[in-house]
Write a new protein. Structure first.
Length: 344
């Protein structure tokens, strides 16, 4: 039986820790699992809670940092220094695996040794909200060529992966050297793409994890410009490291830089629609767009922004009912044409 090593980094999430560990151990029948909880010098009772869990179940191990090392160093400590099973999982202490998630992913990778990681659907929930029953029955999984999956991520400029639903092949994680410490906010974005460079990607058509929404989430405090810069850095890091083994590196680079430029201009335009030009860094977003894609002036998003600038933020909100239906129709038609082109 294949073994799955589950790494649970924890910082001030002691109140969620027991539930997270239970999801990894109690809800995974037919799976050989062991768990490592790494408390990164929490200021709550996380360390004490982790030790109690370890005392009650010999499948649980605990590391407590005397000083805070940060999330990426903590991730890599678990995945690179500790995990040595066939497969590994990184799940935050405030999230939870769904029943049978590890078995579904392990079965897929057991049957397909060319697959480097498996993900599935995620159920989001808020603090205090009762968990809905996960959809655990699945039709046959989907397997993509890693490079094909990676190409679509560059074209979308999004990875479509959250994190707690991912089960990785440990040997491939070690090959890519874990998470990149230079990418504070988007090391996960780069990680999934690095794995796809070296291996194929599997998708389980079932709910694989619960992801908690709450005010303390790191992703909730990242502004648009910072996140755009970090995403750009993640894609560029993949191209720099693996550009010589990818078959269409120039096209991938053009696609992601153009898409990121469009997104920056879109955020700038929306600042006019919402009368937020005093708080949204419009000029910095435009500068980012042109630095990312020098031909940004040719984009329809840029022309739309220029039109809003002429109208101004005071009047623009009143014109939205006239503008958005046409823009949305254009987007739908454009995406339909792109889908048709990709299928042909």
């Amino acid at each position: 039986m294949s073994r799955v090593d589950v790494v649970i980094p924890c910082y001030n999430y002691g109140k969620f820790l027991s539930d997270c560990v239970a999801g990894a151990l109690d809800d995974q029948p037919g799976t050989d699992v062991r768990v490592l909880v790494i408390d990164d010098a929490s200021q709550d009772d996380s360390g004490e809670t982790a030790r109690k869990l370890a005392a009650a179940d010999d499948r649980v191990e605990v590391i407590v940092h005397p000083v805070n090392r940060g999330h990426i160093a903590t991730f890599n400590e678990g995945l690179l220094d500790w995990a040595d099973g066939d497969y590994c999982v990184l799940i935050s202490a405030d999230d939870r695996l769904t029943p049978g998630a590890l078995r579904r992913a392990a079965d897929l990778m057991d049957a397909h040794p060319e697959v480097g990681f498996v993900y599935g659907d995620v159920v989001s929930f808020s603090d205090g909200e009762e968990l809905r029953t996960a959809r655990t029955t699945s039709r046959p999984p989907t397997i993509w060529s890693g490079h094909r999956w990676l190409e679509q991520r560059f074209r979308d400029a999004h990875t479509c992966v959250f994190s707690p639903e991912v089960v990785m092949r440990t040997s491939v994680v070690h090959q890519v050297d874990g998470f990149n410490p230079d990418l504070y906010h988007t090391s996960d974005v780069e990680m999934w793409m690095k794995l796809a460079v070296l291996a194929d990607v599997g998708f389980v058509h079932a709910d694989q994890a619960y992801k908690r929404r709450h005010a303390d989430m790191m992703s909730g405090v990242v502004d648009d410009l910072l996140h755009l810069n970090q995403r750009r850095a993640a894609y560029e890091a993949v191209l720099k490291r693996y550009g010589d083994v990818l078959p269409n590196t120039p096209e991938l680079s053009d696609a992601v830089h153009r898409e990121l430029a469009k997104e920056a201009l879109w955020v700038a335009a929306r600042a006019y629609d919402r009368r937020r030009t005093d708080t949204v860094p419009v000029e910095e977003l435009v500068a980012f767009a042109f630095d990312c894609w020098p031909a940004a002036a040719s984009l329809s998003t840029y022309r739309s922004l220029q039109w809003r600038r002429r109208i101004g933020p005071a009047a623009m909100p009143y014109l939205q009912p006239l503008v958005w239906p046409r823009l949305l129709a254009r987007q739908v038609l454009g995406r339909a044409r792109q889908a048709k082109d990709r299928r042909s």
